[in-house]
Design a protein around this ligand. Structure first.
Ligand code: WQD
Length: 332
């Protein structure tokens, strides 16, 4: 299939481009390079021995975006593009709503105009309400605490409404848990400049000596060691889930939602210990106060994805840590 991949030069997008091409599909990438670099396209072309069709487009410009549909026969869309910093979304909600929802409406309008009826949407476990009942299943209550999460939830609901109005429209919503790690080649991974917000990007900067120690945000949660527990999934497993998700386009239900996680929760201190074991590098840390907005513990029930689209994460936590470090130390 010809698959339009929005945000295709980003962290998860670039890994998904690799899996698409490796599974015999053509990728057409749209990216505005707001949170990615053109060098990723050059590396993808070299690594895949391809000349991937690429458009540097801000999807808020529907005229620009329409050229992609005019110039390519698109069979399906994988939609990653969007701002994703939770903290920034709290400070600048309008920026997040205008962009994340605005570009999605532009995309969906053009899909309708050009008869493109299949979309896989990059959603997030952040749409779930904090729950004492774990693991999280897809039918658990939804509730968001920040504009980033709310933009994801609103887009999910837009897709539900379109699917209800048009039985030929096929949507697959993937709720990602915590993607970490990097491609085994060491060529693709998470590019973090400045002080990272997320745990693994921060740890690799400590390992590199760019940051002095890891701040552990609270050790008074009701978890095994008091630190926050999350379901970390290797980014390559996550990318592979998008290829598996294509199966769902043929299901009788025309909108399907899947948790994409491993089903295992790891605490912050577990991650530190596993990173040290995987790399031999000591990660100094200090316990500090909780980060506002954090939830103590969540991890996925991943049985539905296994049963319906035959997706199961394969990489373990040591590989996630090893690959994350391998990329960071290689990227200079
Ligand atoms: C993980 C754990 C922190 C940094 C976020 C977004 C989510 C998704 C993934 C996009 C928590 C602790 C972290 C640090 C720490 N993004 N931590 N010190 O918050 O689970 O999810 O990223 O879809 O939407 O909300 O990920 O990596 O920031 O935190 O102790 O320097 O590590 O408290 O327990 P999070 P994270």
């Amino acid at each position: 299939m010809n698959i339009l991949i929005t945000g295709g030069l980003g962290y998860i997008g670039s890994h998904t481009v690799i899996e698409c091409i490796n599974n015999g599909h053509n990728a057409i990438i749209v990216d505005n390079l707001y949170n990615s670099k053109i060098e990723v396209l050059h590396k993808l072309n070299k690594f895949l021995n391809k000349d991937i069709t690429f458009y540097k487009i801000d999807m808020q410009d529907i005229k620009e975006l329409e050229n992609v549909f005019k110039e390519n026969k698109i069979d399906a869309v994988i939609h990653f593009a969007g701002y994703k910093a939770v903290g920034e979304s709290v400070e600048k909600p309008l920026k997040y709503y205008e962009n994340n929802i605005g570009i999605t409406i532009n995309l969906l309008k053009l899909m309708e105009k050009y008869g493109v009826k299949k979309i896989i949407f990059s959603s997030s476990a952040t749409v779930y309400k904090e729950s004492k009942i774990l693991p999280l299943t897809e039918n658990m209550p939804l509730g968001v605490t920040n504009p980033y999460g709310r933009s994801k939830l609103i887009i999910e609901e837009i897709l539900q409404d379109i699917a209800f109005s048009d039985k030929d429209f096929k949507a697959v919503i993937l709720r990602y848990f915590n993607p970490i790690g990097a491609h085994i080649s060491g060529l693709f991974g998470e590019d973090n400049n400045g002080i990272p917000n997320n745990l693994m990007p921060y740890i690799v900067k400590v390992a590199k000596g760019e940051l002095e120690y890891l701040r552990v945000f609270g050790n008074d949660y009701n978890t095994k060691d008091g630190t926050g527990v999350r379901d970390y999934i290797h980014v390559v497993d996550l990318a592979k889930a998008h290829i598996k998700a294509i199966k769902a386009f043929d299901f009788s239900k025309n909108i399907n939602i899947y948790n994409i996680g491993t089903g295992t929760g790891y605490s912050v201190l577990d991650i530190v210990k596993n990173f040290e074991k995987a790399t031999g590098i000591h990660i100094p840390y200090k316990i500090v106060e909780r980060r506002s907005g954090d939830i103590g513990e969540y991890y996925a029930d991943s049985k539905k994805a296994k049963k319906e689209i035959d997706f199961t994460a394969e990489y373990g936590i040591l590989e996630m840590c090893k690959d994350a470090w391998n990329y960071e130390k290689n990227r200079g």
